[in-house]
Write a protein that binds this ligand. Structure first.
Ligand code: PEP
Length: 266
């Protein structure tokens, strides 16, 4: 009897794990133009029920890329790279979650390490941004990750826990399903460095993140994607890990060939 229960549990876990659609998101950062939008929108990306492909161009290109994607009936989803911490009002230069939604964004990156380092994005601000996005029907891609020093001092998991703490509190308070969010694990030392985390290093942190989020609804539906120098050479090994549900890609998302090369085969 016990063996049967254990087998059912293992089978259920396996099934749930494979229910999570792989998500590959390209973050163009402060790069790209209308020509690159045309190239991506005009490319026949593989349409698979198990794969979501998201492109995050600079905000000013979102709306025209949205039109192009519709024109070419392309399967791409669109995402933004940041959102205002405010919902509306006298905040010159800011873009709200509702505006992003209207421009065609289904996803939005928040808490990227570059914004944390250069634009004082705190864990608390990331949680507020998440709340606005969820209200506007935009899925947040919440980035977390440790510095090289933190890793060397065995502080990786503590840093991730602190970054996720306000996020988790909001999700619990508002009973938000994990299916509505994505977490991006992006170790700072791997981003833009050509030195990605090994699949085992990334898996260890992803597994820990899933454990951390266990008391949030639908944790098995939580997609945790890895970012940091993902290319065609390392994506298959990373994506083969049980808790790695996709990739957040910077440099390799700036050309069709390099981006196509890293998409999963299945
Ligand atoms: C990023 O900045 O989100 C990123 C993952 O960049 P890269 O792929 O270039 O390391």
């Amino acid at each position: 009897m016990y063996v049967l229960v254990a087998l059912v549990n293992i089978a259920t876990r396996f099934w749930v794990m494979h229910m999570r659609k792989c998500l590959i998101a390209g973050n163009w950062k402060l790069n790209g133009d209308h020509t690159l939008c045309e190239q991506f929108a005009g490319t026949a990306f593989p349409t698979k029920p198990s794969l979501d492909i998201v492109i995050c161009p600079p905000t000013v290109l979102l709306q025209s890329m949205h039109q192009l994607v519709k024109k070419y009936s392309n399967c791409l989803h669109l995402g933004a790279q940041d959102v205002s911490v405010e919902a509306q009002g006298a905040y010159t230069g800011e873009i709200s979650a509702k505006m992003l939604h209207e421009a065609g964004a289904q996803y939005c990156i928040i808490g990227h390490s570059e914004r944390r380092a250069n634009f004082a994005e705190t864990n608390e601000k990331v949680a507020i941004k998440m709340t606005h996005l969820l209200k506007a029907n935009v899925s947040p891609i919440i980035c977390v990750g440790e510095s090289r020093e933190a890793r060397e001092q065995q502080q990786t998991l503590a840093v991730i826990e602190a970054q996720l703490s306000p996020i988790k509190a909001v999700l619990q308070q508002q009973a938000v399903s994990c299916a509505q969010i994505v977490i991006g694990y992006e170790p700072l030392w791997a981003v833009g460095s050509d030195r990605p985390a090994s699949p085992e290093q990334a898996q260890q942190v992803h597994q820990h993140i899933r454990q951390l989020m266990t008391d949030v609804p639908d944790v098995d539906a939580l997609r945790i994607i890895y970012g940091g120098s993902v290319t065609a050479h390392n994506s298959a090994a990373l994506l083969a890990m049980p808790d790695i549900d996709g990739a957040l890609v910077g440099g390799a998302a700036l050309s069709i060939d390099s981006f196509l090369g890293l998409l999963p085969a299945v």
